[in-house]
Every structure is written in structure tokens, then in C-alpha cells.
Design a protein around this ligand. Structure first.
Ligand code: 4AD
Ligand code: MG
Length: 432
């Protein structure tokens, strides 16, 4: 017997088909049983009548529970009344795996669904999100390879901080201290541009975030790039190109899944069609004051609330540049002629989804980097390998990091970043 997917069966539209999957819904009388079967591709209503399958088999299917696995062979027909427009009139079936009473019923709390995550992955919602996520990962690889980047991998056990000590996860390492989980690949990527010039990765990053927000995970997937000879403008261009490519791929391949999630695909179209606005931090403060009646003191970092206000003014991601040096990481390049700001940029997603990309041109002055590390209380000897990048043929360079779950969350219009990953990890959630 050759099995095809439910979607393929619907495309065939008539004649005999064999499909397999799980019972999504069931109801019936003592003569006819209706089983809605789902597989990874679709759902379809299957009609099983006592007359067609015989008394004995009908007794078996009468007792079938939601989430039992089945194979079904029958005739497929168009039927306007059926949930997905098609129906299979079953001639033969087999119950492959019985199911206990499925613990997930209608209208359950988000916390319960997180406890039952291993089972909730089967939902139409999670299936749609995970398919879109897969498309996003594929698009990232495709974009960077098309642009001539090599895939390059940095260690996850690291001996230095990159994004500040407060969100470092310490790892007990054979009784030694000073080993942390990666916050970013960056400090181990910069040495490699002297070999490969243009590199990227998609890898997990870890942040000991104490905040319980809809956009923070403790373990997230980080798409990062680093390029030799790249200017600050080039970095922004790569970020914009990447996001446009991701959205293009999702619109081409996953419009149905977006609709399943209640996201109108057309609402993402401006991302493809319009250039992303680029404003400086100082201009952002002016816009916040004039258009949003919000006063931010120059030098303070933009908070979630301010990013949200700004994001609602645009229908594409917004690029904010030239942040105050004091609020940004030690490796960002001081703006030439303007030592109070840096060549750093954040991409802020529309609709209040926050910062999706953070990047910068890298500081080239060895002395300035040392000075900033010392200001942070870091020991220079730990950074010797990194400082060597500025000693032996340093070149202008830069890169960025994109939080993949933040992007998926925005594209899918999710309420929480936790639904953008199969098994989310937060301060309070590390099971199952
Ligand atoms: O802005 P961040 O901290 O930048 C870096 O890590 C740089 N070293 C990247 C680079 O230049 N190679 O993080 C980059 C992105 C953020 O813009 C955000 O999208 C995401 O990573 N991110 C998180 N996503 C989910 N949960 C968290 N706790 C995140 N923290 C950062
Ligand atoms: Mg950032």
C-alpha cells in the first residue's frame, strides 16, 4: 500500500487513496463514525459506515479515541460540508496505536499547555509555527550562502563575557570557575574573519534573564554574522537583506500557516516593498517627544515601552543607530568625531515585537577596547585571544545577531515568544 499525505490526497481529489495520521476529532452513531484525521500536512474528515467495514471493524472504530494513530484507505470526494472541503469514504482502516484519553481538552490555560508541551506540539497552532520556524531557518542559511558567507561555529562553553556579566550562565567545569554558556558567538567569530572574511552561524545562545516578559528566553537561537571590510552601513544592509529574504520565503511557502495563526500575510508585504527607515538614537528621542509625547533623557537606553511606541509608527522594522556609548557593549566602534555615541544599531520590529537584531561596526582601537573592558572590571588577560584580533592586521569589520524566536514571534504575531520554540526555557520554565 502506498501512503500519500492528506494534502496530496486532496490535490488528487478523487479516486482511491491511502493516508495515515492521528485522530483529530471523532463523533458518530451506531451506524456511521466520523473521524477527522490529521497528519503533518492537513486534516480531513473520514466517514466509516458499518455497512462498508462490517460489524466487527465498526465496533473497533466506535471506541477510537482522539490522538490514536490510524491508516485509512478509501475514496476521496469533494464535500462542501466537510471541515477541509474533502471527505474520504473509508473502505479499510487499521488502528496502529490506541490512545489513552488525551489530557488536552478545549480552552486550557497557557501554563497547562506548557506543562503538556510534548503533547501540545501536535496542535494546529504549534504545527503551523514550527513549519514557519523551519522556513525561517532555511531562509537564513540561503541568504548568507547566497551572499558568499561561510558557515562557522564558535564554542558554547566560553571563558569570556560578551554582553555583560549580569546575564551569564556559570557552568561548573570540572571544579573550575570562569566557564560560561555562550551569550553570543561574536568574540570567537571575530578571530575567524581573518581566515574566512564573511561568516555566519545559527546556534543557541544563553542569557540568564531574570525578566519574565513575552520576549525573553534563557535559551534562544541566534543567527549571527561577521564580515571583514564591512562598513557600518554594510552591516545594516545585511540585516535588512536578511529580514526581507526571510519574510519573502515565509510569504511564498507558508501563507496558509500564517492564516491558520490569524496573521494576515498581506500585513507583512511592506517589509518586502519598502526600505527600512534608519534614524539615529537622537532622532528617535525627538520623534518620541513629538509624536508620542514621551520624554527620554539623552543617554538613557530605550526601554521596551519606548521601543513599542516607536515600532507602532512604522510597518517595517525600524533601524535605530548611533546609541550613546554608555548603554552599549564594549566592542562597538566609537562614532568618528562623536565620542559619545557608537556605530551600533538595533532593528526594532513593527507591532511592538521589540529588538530583533542588534549589531555594530567593531572598535578598531586596541587602547579603547582595553579601556572599556577595564571600566567594566574585566581582567585583560582573559581577553588576550580577542585583543590579538586588533594586533595582527586588524581591518574594519562588524556584524550582528538576530534572535530567531523574536523574528518568528513577530512574523506569526504570537502573544508570547514561548510559542516560537518547541520547548521554551525561561527563568521559571525548564521542564518538560
Ligand atoms: O543585542 P544582543 O545582545 O547582541 C549580541 O549578542 C551581539 N554580540 C550580536 C552580534 O553582533 N554578533 O543580541 C542579539 C539579538 C537581539 O537583538 C535579540 O533579537 C536576541 O538576540 N536576544 C534574545 N532573544 C530571546 N531571548 C533573549 N533573552 C534574548 N536576548 C537577545
Ligand atoms: Mg541588543
Amino acid at each position: 500500500m502506498k501512503f500519500i499525505s492528506i494534502k496530496e490526497a486532496m490535490q488528487q481529489g478523487h479516486g482511491s487513496v491511502s493516508v495515515r495520521g492521528w485522530v483529530y476529532r471523532e463523533r458518530g452513531s451506531n451506524k456511521v463514525k466520523f473521524v477527522v484525521l490529521r497528519d503533518s500536512s492537513e486534516v480531513i474528515q473520514c466517514v466509516i459506515s458499518k455497512d462498508d467495514v462490517g460489524e466487527e471493524q465498526f465496533a473497533v472504530v466506535s471506541k477510537v479515541q482522539v490522538e490514536a494513530s490510524m491508516t485509512i484507505t478509501g475514496d476521496i470526494k469533494k464535500d462542501e460540508r466537510a471541515p477541509s472541503g474533502y471527505e474520504i469514504h473509508v473502505k479499510e482502516f487499521e488502528i496502529v496505536g490506541e490512545s489513552d484519553t488525551f489530557p488536552i481538552q478545549k480552552d486550557q490555560s497557557p501554563e497547562f499547555l506548557l506543562d503538556m508541551r510534548h503533547l501540545w506540539l501536535r496542535s494546529r497552532k504549534m504545527t503551523a509555527v514550527l513549519k514557519i520556524r523551519s522556513t525561517v531557518f532555511g531562509a537564513i542559511d540561503e541568504y548568507f550562502r547566497k551572499e558568499g558567507f561561510y558557515e562557522y561555529h564558535s564554542p558554547i562553553f566560553q571563558s569570556v563575557q560578551c554582553e555583560g556579566g549580569s546575564t551569564l550562565f556559570d557552568v561548573p567545569y570540572f571544579g573550575k570557575k570562569g566557564v560560561f554558556l555562550a551569550q553570543s558567538w561574536q568574540l570567537y567569530a571575530e578571530p575567524a574573519i581573518f581566515s574566512l572574511e564573511k561568516i555566519y552561524t545559527i546556534s543557541p545562545s544563553f542569557r540568564a534573564e531574570k525578566s519574565k516578559t513575552s520576549r525573553h528566553l534563557t535559551e534562544y537561537w541566534h543567527a549571527e554574522m561577521e564580515a571583514a571590510w564591512a562598513s557600518f552601513k554594510d552591516i545594516q544592509g545585511y540585516g535588512e537583506g536578511l529580514l526581507k529574504h526571510i519574510v519573502k520565503k515565509v510569504l511564498e511557502e507558508r501563507s496558509d500557516e500564517l492564516k491558520t495563526l490569524g496573521r494576515d500575510p498581506e500585513s507583512l508585504r511592506p517589509v518586502l516593498e519598502k526600505p527600512f527607515p534608519r534614524i539615529t538614537y537622537t532622532e528617535a528621542l525627538k520623534i518620541l517627544k513629538e509624536k508620542c509625547d514621551m520624554e527620554v533623557e539623552w543617554g538613557k537606553d530605550l526601554r521596551t515601552i519606548e521601543e513599542d511606541k516607536l515600532s507602532h509608527l512604522y510597518d517595517t522594522p525600524l533601524i535605530v543607530t548611533h546609541y550613546p556609548k554608555a548603554v552599549k557593549a564594549f566592542y562597538m566602534k566609537e562614532t568618528p568625531g562623536e565620542p559619545t555615541t557608537v556605530h551600533g544599531c538595533d532593528f526594532i520590529a513593527p507591532e511592538g515585537y521589540g529588538e530583533i537584531i542588534g549589531g555594530s561596526e567593531r572598535e578598531s582601537s586596541l587602547d579603547k577596547i582595553k579601556e572599556r573592558l577595564l571600566e567594566m572590571g574585566e581582567k585583560l588577560e582573559h581577553y588576550e585571544f580577542y585583543l590579538d584580533t586588533r594586533k595582527y592586521g586588524s581591518v574594519p569589520h562588524g556584524g550582528f545577531g538576530m534572535g530567531v524566536e523574536r523574528v518568528v514571534s513577530w512574523i506569526c504575531k504570537l502573544d508570547s515568544i514561548k510559542d516560537a520554540i518547541a520547548f521554551p526555557r525561561t527563568m521559571i520554565r525548564y521542564t518538560p
